[in-house]
Write a protein of this length. Structure first.
Lengths: 443, 305
């Protein structure tokens, strides 16, 4: 027997040995995988339209002979998943990006501008201005859009007729008047469906209300103006608070109703008006999915006093990682992939059209509004002229910033506090503005 | 000294058989390595992280800030209001669990027809995962189509559908109710086991002394249940203080911070704001408070076990 076998093993030695074993094991793990030029392109999206993405990818691989490794993660965890991948230097080349994450990801150096590729920039001429602006940060453009949509105002034509209302409301004051009439006629207890639950949709609802009231959260210099009674969000929040507490045309449960539950509630025939994503019209007018199928119409976003029919738009785009941009060959291949999805494939805007035809999602590429197939498909369930008219009035969110995520938490809570009466409107907006200014200062 | 104790002592310093000792250590080493990697390292590393201003969204600047994250947490008004809500939730939930579990245990301790069926049914809420439990209660509490409104309306208790989770006065008690529903079975079983171990002689003696059913309950059953109560109180307090799932599924901390508890704050700080430094500090504070609570319960109730 060797000396070692007879040696006493002290507790400390044992722990050292165990730690060394663990570290040795850990050292063998593949940390910080970086793709090499010959590896397939790494393409990451959230789990939406997966079949459409795969079929379009297959066509890309066949056409260009470039291999693509495709993966996806649920939308709800996408931001956190991607940030962890960026920090862990996971191999990524092309990915889907939401407009709200652009400053955060660009400033961290995780995604790279694509404006050095003229073959991509030429598509800006065909794209709605607010959508292009949503892909730009500090004067650089970071991708090409494949999906763009906006917050729309819908009404149940049947209920309006029954209440003796000839035309949908054009102003928020008319929304109140018509809602009270509908309420009085016993057609709906809460005629307007408004979702004010704390979720990622909340800022879209709030922005639509604020923009149509002629207000803003933040000025062009990035300073908080939401608390300003003249140009801020006060009029919009006041309207919501009155709608819930004074006129009782919006359910006090709005603070617990998210966008999806709002859709269900409106489609079950409980309301006469609703603020929802424009793309929901397809579901709303489908009798198989909606009890008010065939009765839902879109109107321009009602205007507040001194406001307009403006609404908020959002968009998602294909971006390129800084990792891919650092390698000339990969960057060129990534640009081809971005063009295939965000621009034209074989001379046509195929992917946007595919998504629109299959799932009804919106687009910012204006030529598609003239596409006969698109027009014919949309006319089956809504009015494409209204779709286009309202989209022309859509604006990008003014709160998109590096600290947007943190501020959004505070702002959502502040608005809810005012709605449930735990804070005055001025207190809520002051708190929200304070939070914005603090975060801006810290950043 | 027995052979066993000699062998045990041998492991850490007193050689008994070098060969056996070496084999034992080698066999244990992989598990120790795994434990070091998956348990000890994360705990120590998260404390280390709590000393840095680490934000994943700002990866290039991670300054060492010492205990500033802890100071920042203690100066945050939202933290203290969330501590208050956590305390309120814990008191409501643990009191209700103890009371209902005691009544259930007393019932199941009796012999009656259907007792076994009832015992089996009691386990159902316990067997349901927390996420499923949360989704179920979300449906029940929904103000538009929820079962609670439907039931109360059909029974003529309400004349129109009520707002439940959206009413800030009701939010916390309703979440506590969902938590209690899930936790009562385990607490009942723990109390029932303790109840079964009470010697029948004690009841016989009490009867001989002329004690009625109430006296027997207060002077025999309740004192004998002290170990079970202590265990239930420690376990449920720890569960309630750290509870996150229902807050995430039912309200996401809202409306208007009505359900913004400490566990929610840890989640928001760590996984939404991606501020791992402050998030780790908050998690350590919560762990310390949980430990102190458990310790004080043991000190006050356990010393008389």
């Amino acid at each position: 027997m060797s000396d070692f076998s007879n040696r006493r093993i002290a507790r400390r030695d044992f722990l050292k040995m165990a730690a060394a074993t663990g570290l040795t094991g850990a050292a063998g793990m593949p940390w910080g995988n970086v793709a090499h030029a010959a590896d397939p392109l790494n393409f990451f999206t959230w789990s939406a339209a997966v079949d459409q993405v795969k079929s379009h990818l297959n066509a890309f691989e066949a056409k260009h002979g470039i291999k693509v490794s495709y993966n996806n993660a649920p939308w709800a965890q996408y931001r956190e998943t991607m940030i962890t991948k960026f920090v862990g230097r996971a191999p990524l080349d092309v990915l889907w990006v939401s407009d709200t994450w652009l400053p955060e990801w660009a400033d961290a150096g995780w995604i790279a501008p694509v404006d050095g590729f003229p073959e991509l920039m030429k598509y800006n001429a065909d794209v709605d201005d607010f959508s292009t602006k949503s892909m730009q940060y500090k004067g650089r453009q970071y991708g090409l859009t494949y999906y763009t949509d906006y917050m729309a105002f819908f009404y149940d034509e049947d209920k309006l007729k029954k209440a003796g209302i000839a035309a949908p409301p054009a102003t928020w004051e008319e929304v109140v008047a018509q809602s009270l009439k509908i309420k009085k006629a016993g057609l709906s207890e809460y005629p307007l469906m408004l979702s004010m639950a704390r979720e990622s949709w909340l800022i879209e609802f709030m922005s639509a209300l604020v923009f149509s009231h002629g207000g803003r959260f933040v000025d062009d210099a990035g300073n908080a103006v939401m608390q300003d009674p003249k140009q801020g969000a006060r009029a919009a929040l006041q309207w919501v608070v009155d709608a819930v507490n004074k006129h009782k045309i919006v359910s006090p449960a709005c603070v617990e109703i998210g966008e999806l539950n709002g859709l269900k509630s409106f489609s079950s025939g409980n309301h006469a008006f609703a603020l929802l994503g424009r793309y929901r019209i397809r579901t709303l007018n489908d009798p198989a999915q909606s009890q008010i199928g065939g009765r839902v119409r879109q109107a321009l976003m009602p205007a507040g006093p001194g406001g307009s029919h403006a609404t908020v738009g959002w968009m998602r785009f294909h971006g390129m990682t800084a990792q891919a941009a650092a390698d000339k060959t990969r960057a060129a291949n990534a640009a081809k992939l971005i063009e295939w999805f965000g621009g034209k494939a074989d001379g046509k805007y195929q992917f946007q059209k595919l998504l629109f035809m299959d799932v009804g999602s919106g687009f910012a590429t204006k030529p598609l509004f003239q596409d006969p197939e698109v027009r014919a498909a949309y006319q089956k369930y809504s009015d494409i002229a209204m779709f286009e008219k309202q989209q022309a009035l859509a604006r990008k969110k003014d709160v998109v910033s590096r600290w947007y995520g943190e501020w959004d938490e505070q702002n959502g809570s502040a608005w809810q506090s005012a709605i449930v009466g735990k804070a005055t409107i001025d207190e809520a907006l002051k708190k929200s503005a304070q939070s914005w200014n603090d975060l801006k200062k810290q950043s | 000294m027995s052979a066993r104790s000699t062998a045990l002592r041998g492991i850490f310093g007193h050689p008994v058989s070098g060969y056996d000792q070496r084999s034992g250590m080698l066999l244990l080493a992989p598990m120790m390595a795994v434990l070091l990697v998956v348990a000890v390292f994360p705990v120590v590393y998260s404390f280390w992280i709590s000393l840095f201003d680490l934000k994943l969204t700002r990866p290039h600047r991670v300054p060492f800030v010492g205990f500033d994250n802890y100071v920042k947490v203690f100066h945050d008004a939202l933290f203290w209001s969330s501590v208050g809500r956590t305390a309120m939730f814990t008191v409501m939930a643990v009191s209700a669990i103890m009371l209902i579990a005691l009544l259930m245990a007393l019932l199941l301790n009796e012999q009656f027809r259907g007792r076994r069926f009832l015992s089996a049914m009691l386990l159902v809420p316990w067997a349901i995962p927390y996420v499923a439990n949360g989704l179920m209660w979300k449906w029940i509490y929904d103000s538009g189509y929820g079962a609670l409104n439907g039931l109360l309306y059909q029974l003529d208790f309400i004349d129109k559908y009520m707002v439940w989770l959206g009413d800030t006065r009701k939010t916390l008690p309703l979440i506590a109710n969902a938590f209690v529903w899930k936790e009562v079975p385990l607490a009942t079983i723990l109390l029932l086991v303790t109840m079964k171990s009470i010697p029948a002689d004690l009841y016989s003696a009490a009867k001989v002394d002329g004690a009625d059913v109430w006296r027997r309950f207060f002077h025999v059953t309740l004192p004998a249940l002290r170990p079970g109560f202590t265990l239930v109180m420690i376990y449920e307090t720890m569960m309630a203080v750290r509870h996150f799932d229902l807050f995430f599924i039912l309200t996401e901390g809202g409306p208007a911070e009505a359900s913004h508890v400490v566990a929610w704050e840890v989640y928001v700080e760590s996984f939404r704001r991606l501020s791992f430094g402050t998030g780790s500090a908050l998690a350590y504070i919560m762990a310390l408070v949980t430990f102190l609570l458990a310790f004080s319960i043991i000190r006050t109730m356990g010393r008389k076990l």
